[in-house]
Design a protein around this ligand. Structure first.
Ligand SMILES: Nc1ncnc2c1ncn2[C@@H]1O[C@H](COP(=O)(O)OP(=O)(O)O)[C@@H](O)[C@H]1O
Ligand SMILES: [Mg+2]
Length: 250
């Protein structure tokens, strides 16, 4: 489904990603772990289509086509979703209008009519229940005055509403208490199916107790220096990132 080939990217002439290779098949959950500043959010932003980064080499194929041929909104319509590490507040735009616009924009790009109001409300109720999001938040402006945990849960709510083919979650666990973590994981696990895939970025192993990955990668200094199964995450937790940096000569 997703194939990242020898990806090099820079910002302001400074190389951040230095040859990332990654292949994700439908039905899989991959985790990317790594020290702060290793390039995890950069990779997520590039998949979503952030143009601040300059791609200096390599390609990203999504279902066989280069993502670089698609604008961010076209990537969303194709089924790519990014849950941000730092969700933005959008004053003056209610959650309901934001979601309705997002869904109908994606439907329009795929040649579908806008969703019927009743079907939309039903979907909202179903997905709100999934992430135990307070229904009152739906009438407020997007993320405005939401607590850290509410913003993260709202990201997973949006993901559930859009039902993406590929979801990238950038440190969705940071700042969550254990209950919120469980709820976020429950949302992700409920969406998992043989036709979609998840890329879960996390600094800590904790989230991976709840969202059990098929594959774990370690990104350090702009490169994937180690790939393994879920036990790699536990090993990292026990031994720290220094251990892996020393043993792999990154
Ligand atoms: N917009 C930006 N401007 C300048 N430097 C940036 C920008 N975004 C990221 N970087 C730099 O790129 C490196 C990787 O950052 P990031 O991808 O956020 O790492 P991670 O998410 O793994 O902590 C860091 O050195 C960071 O300072
Ligand atoms: Mg980050």
């Amino acid at each position: 489904m997703l194939e990242i080939k020898n990806l090099h990217a820079s910002i302001d002439g400074k190389p951040i990603l230095k040859g990332v290779n990654l292949r994700i098949n439908a039905g899989e959950v991959h985790a990317i772990m790594g020290p702060n500043g290793s390039g995890k959010s950069t990779l997520a932003s590039i998949i979503a289509g952030n143009e601040a980064y300059e791609i200096t080499q390599g390609d990203i194929l999504f279902e066989g086509n280069s993502l670089f041929d698609l604008q961010p909104h076209q990537r969303a319509a194709a089924g790519v979703f990014l849950a941000f590490q730092y969700p933005v507040e959008i004053p003056g735009v209610s959650m309901m209008n934001f979601m309705k616009t997002a869904i109908n924009e994606i439907r329009a790009q795929n040649g579908l009519q806008p969703m019927e109001a009743a079907a939309f409300l039903k979907l909202v109720r179903e997905k709100q229940a999934l992430v135990e999001l307070d229904a009152k938040l739906a009438n407020r402006s997007v993320n405005q005055g939401f607590s850290g945990g509410e913003k993260k849960r709202n990201e997973v709510f949006q993901m559930a509403m859009l039902n993406p083919t590929l979801a990238v979650l950038d440190e969705t666990d940071s700042g969550l208490d254990i209950d919120a973590l469980r709820i976020v994981a429950q949302g992700v696990n409920a969406l998992r199916n043989p036709n979609n895939a998840f890329l879960v970025i996390t600094h800590y192993q904790r989230l991976l107790d709840y969202i059990v990955p098929d594959v774990v990668h370690v990104l350090a200094n702009g490169k994937i220096i180690k790939t393994g199964n879920k036990d790699l995450a536990l090993e990292l937790e026990a031994k720290g990132y220094d251990w892996i940096l020393e043993t792999t000569q990154a």
